[in-house]
Design a protein around this ligand. Structure first.
Ligand code: EPU
Length: 338
C-alpha cells in the first residue's frame, strides 16, 4: 500500500478541477481496504472515497485522506431459470461493466450505457437514465463498516433507493465503503424502449424487435449527441436534480408557461425538466468565465479549461436563483460539493 502526499486530484474528477489531496491511497483489494480501516482512523479522519469522480465538485484542496476505489473483478455468482446474478467489484468502470453484460446477453442495465463513473458509486445515487434506474436490477450491495471493519450486505430494500437517492447519501453516509454490487439480470431480455428518443433512433434504423445491444447502441448515440464527453470537456453530467412539485403547482405554472416540461410521478406529484427551466432563464450555451451551461443540455455545467470549483459553484447558485425567481421552483444540485 502506497500513501501519496500532496497529489493533484485533476485526473480523478471528471470536472477536471485541479486541487490537491493531502494524502491519497488507491484501494486495490478487500485486504488492502481492511488494512486501511485498521490502520487509519477513518471515523475521525477527514476521508473522501472516490470512484470515477464523476459526481463531485471539488471546491478546495482536500486536507484529509482520499481513497480511490480501484478493486476490480466481475463474476457470475449464481443463476436460476430466468436470472443471472453478476457481482461487479466497486472499481470496475460502469460502462465497461454494462458492455460486459450486453455482450453476454444479460439484460437489465443496457439503458444505462455510457454513464461515467465506477460500479461502487452507482448505488450511492441510484444512477438512472432512459427509463431505468439501478434500483430495478440491484440485488445487493457489499460494503465495509469503517468503524468495525466488518462486512455488511445491504439488500435492495435496505439501500432505500429513491430518485438519485439511497441510504448511502443519508444514514449510512461516511460509515461504509462499498466494495461490490451484485445485479439480478434477465436471461431473456425485456427491453425498455419507453423513452421517446430511443424509439426515434430504433425507427431511424428500421429496427422493429430490438436486442439489448440495439438498445445500448441507441443510448450511446443519444448520449453522445447531447452530453459532453468529460474526457474532452470537464463536467459531471446533470448538475441539478429534476425537481418534483405538487401537480397542482405544476398546473398553475403550465397556465403561465404552456411549454413547461413535466412528467407525472405519482397521484400527487409532477417532475419538471430542470434543463427546460434553466434554458428558459437564458443560461443554455452561455459561457461565464471558464465555465458555463452546455449548449446542447442546459442541465450540464462544464469546465472550459481552468475553472475552479468555486467558479462552477457560483454559477450553479446564480442559475438556482434565477430559476427560483422566474418559476418559484428550487432546483437542488445532484453533484456532491466538497
Ligand atoms: N430540456 C430542455 N432544455 C435543455 C435540456 C432539456 O428543454 O437544455 C427538456 C427537453 O424538453 C427534454 C426534457 O428536458 O424533453 C428532458 O431532457 P433529457 O431527456 O435530456 O433528460 P433530463 O431530464 O434533462 C435526465 C437525467 C440524466 C439522464 C436523462 C435521460 C436527471 C437529473 N438527469 O436528464 O442523467 O441521462 O434524464 O434519462 O435526472 C445525470 O444524472 O448526470 C444524467 C445525465
Amino acid at each position: 500500500m502506497i500513501v501519496k502526499t500532496k497529489i493533484s486530484l485533476k485526473p480523478y474528477n471528471t470536472f477536471g478541477i485541479d486541487v490537491n489531496a493531502a494524502d491519497f491511497i488507491e484501494i486495490n483489494s478487500i485486504e488492502g481496504l481492511k488494512f486501511i480501516i485498521e490502520t487509519f482512523d477513518l471515523v475521525n479522519r477527514h476521508t473522501l472515497v472516490i470512484g470515477g469522480g464523476s459526481n463531485i465538485l471539488l471546491t478546495k484542496n482536500y486536507d484529509g485522506l482520499v481513497l480511490k476505489m480501484a478493486i476490480l473483478g466481475i463474476e457470475k455468482v449464481s443463476e436460476d431459470a430466468e436470472h443471472v446474478y453478476i457481482k461487479a467489484m466497486a472499481g470496475e468502470a460502469w460502462h465497461q461493466f454494462v458492455l460486459y453484460c450486453v455482450n453476454n446477453n444479460y439484460a437489465g442495465i443496457e439503458n444505462l450505457s455510457l454513464i461515467p463513473g465506477c460500479v461502487g458509486a452507482a448505488p450511492m445515487q441510484n444512477i438512472g437514465a432512459y427509463g431505468v434506474e439501478i434500483k430495478d436490477t440491484c440485488f445487493e450491495v457489499e460494503a465495509y463498516n469503517v468503524e468495525t471493519n466488518e462486512q455488511k450486505i445491504f439488500s435492495n430494500a435496505e439501500c432505500k433507493f429513491g430518485y438519485r437517492e439511497s441510504i448511502f447519501k443519508h444514514e449510512a453516509k461516511g460509515k461504509y465503503i462499498i466494495t461490490s454490487v451484485t445485479f439480478k439480470l434477465l436471461k431473456q431480455a425485456k427491453v425498455n424502449v419507453s423513452y421517446g428518443a430511443i424509439q426515434d433512433v430504433l425507427r431511424s434504423k428500421n429496427i422493429e424487435n430490438p436486442t439489448i445491444k440495439n438498445v445500448s447502441d441507441a443510448v450511446i448515440s443519444i448520449r453522445e449527441s447531447k452530453l459532453p464527453n468529460p474526457k474532452v470537456l470537464g463536467n459531471a453530467g446533470s448538475f441539478f436534480k429534476n425537481p418534483e412539485i405538487p401537480t397542482e403547482e405544476y398546473l398553475s405554472l403550465k397556465e403561465k408557461f404552456p411549454a413547461i416540461v413535466g412528467y407525472k410521478t405519482s397521484e400527487t406529484n409532477t417532475k419538471l425538466a430542470a434543463g427546460w427551466l434553466i434554458e428558459q432563464c437564458g443560461w443554455k450555451g452561455k459561457v461565464v468565465g471558464n465555465t458555463g451551461s452546455h449548449k446542447d443540455q442546459a442541465l450540464v455545467l462544464v469546465n472550459y479549461g481552468n475553472a475552479t470549483g468555486n467558479e462552477i459553484w457560483k454559477l450553479a447558485m446564480q442559475i438556482q436563483e434565477s430559476v427560483f425567481e422566474k418559476f418559484g421552483v428550487t432546483i437542488i444540485p445532484e453533484v456532491n460539493v466538497i
